[in-house]
Write a protein that binds this ligand. Structure first.
Ligand code: PLP
Length: 373
């Protein structure tokens, strides 16, 4: 940073991928990490390193690294712990892309996957009797929005010396910091709440520096380091993350109550009817912006989605605009039928990502759409 009186109020985009060095010796020193400095875009960039610092501080981690997508973050993290012959233990309700990586990608690398209901303490204890490379769980599971008792799972993992990886994408660091509850690693798809504006792809992994060094090197090897521009968008998103989460949580709670009062089967962590409500209100600051509503059949789900005028049918979540997904046919299509049913992802389930729009407008929109079902 040059010595100037003024400082930029936003982090500049460092749009550089290639660097020149004063000598061959300096280049060799930097690329071998004997001396600090930038070397090549895939190895890092000041803008993405600024985002990594912010994310580490939000998740109360020693260190963080940012990736070109959430899947890039998950892949590098799991591969840091697992290798051919090892086994990963996972909660049954997870994002379909993660399920696809675990069930289609990992077997090719000789890595086994065990789906275990982590809410069942005895089942987890049994699963950990055999060696496991790590346990992976989503704080609030996409798309059932069941809540995991991170503290309890972390305690059981610690007893067996197994690292616990927590995907905190749906909750965001505003609702909870899993490292505080004993998790080993916390990761996010920054494409969702961190970015928050439907315009970026990214991921982040946070944890102890020693682990992050290894995970960062995998990002370099796999070519999944984030770009400067996407990191800049994420940094801009972080500035309003707290405000957005509060508004989206308030909107979502009111909508969940209204849908439930209308007779629908609704899953929202801060509803008294939610099976994990007691845990949720203790562990989470707010209930978050995601609701699952089960309308009984695919036909009813699609009719509801097509009737909404403000909330749009879309592929993602966590943005400022309300968005609707039918997981069974899209985000979770990778699941085989039995696993999908075991995870509680029915044909009639609609995933609602609640935005920051005016609450009265949203309530009216969902009400008229429910009348179509
Ligand atoms: N984790 C969760 C919980 C997700 O829902 C998603 C994507 O929907 C991902 C990870 C993957 O993130 P990305 O789409 O940025 O690769």
């Amino acid at each position: 940073m040059p010595e100037v009186a003024e400082l930029p109020m936003s982090t500049p985009i460092w749009q550089v991928a290639d660097y020149g060095f004063e000598s061959a010796e300096t280049y060799a020193d930097v690329i071998n990490e004997r001396r600090e400095g930038q070397v090549y875009g895939r190895y890092g960039n000041p803008t993405l390193e600024a985002l990594a610092k912010v994310m580490a501080s939000l998740e109360k981690a020693e260190s963080a690294w940012v990736f070109s997508s959430g899947m890039g973050a998950i892949h590098a993290t799991l591969m840091h712990f697992a290798s051919s012959g090892s086994r990963v233990v996972v909660a049954p309700a997870i994002y379909g892309g993660t399920y696809g990586l675990l069930t289609q990608g990992f077997p090719r690398a000789g890595i086994d996957v065990d789906f275990v209901d982590l809410a069942d303490e005895a089942a987890l204890e049994r699963a950990l009797e055999r060696p496991a490379a790590c346990v992976l769980v989503e704080t609030i599971a996409n798309p059932t929005f069941r809540v995991s008792d991170i503290e309890r799972v972390a305690r059981l993992c610690k007893a067996q010396g197994v690292p616990l990886v927590v995907d905190n994408t749906v909750a965001s660091p505003v609702l909870v910091n899993p490292l505080d509850l004993g998790a080993t690693i916390v990761l996010h798809s920054t494409s969702k709440y961190i970015g928050g504006h439907h315009d970026l792809m990214g991921g982040v992994v946070c944890g102890a520096s020693e682990l992050l060094d290894g995970i960062r090197h995998l990002a370099i090897r796999y070519g999944t380091t984030a770009s400067a521009f996407e990191s800049w968008l994420a940094l801009r998103g972080v500035a309003t993350l707290g405000l957005r989460m509060q508004r989206q949580s308030e909107n979502a709670l009111a909508i969940a109550r209204e849908l439930e009062a209308g007779g629908a089967e609704v899953s929202y962590p801060f509803l008294e009817s939610h099976p994990d409500n007691t845990l949720a209100v203790t562990m989470l600051r707010w209930g978050g912006g995601m609701i699952a509503v089960d309308l009984g059949s695919q036909n009813a789900a699609w009719r509801f989605m097509n009737a909404c005028r403000i909330a749009r049918v879309g592929s993602s979540f966590g943005g400022v605009r309300s968005e609707l997904t039918h997981p069974a046919t899209t985000s979770h299509r990778q699941f085989d039928q039995a696993d999908r049913e075991a995870a509680g992802i029915g044909d009639g389930l609609v995933r609602i990502s609640v935005g920051i729009e005016d609450l009265e407008d949203l309530l009216e929109d969902f009400k008229q759409a429910m009348e179509e079902v």
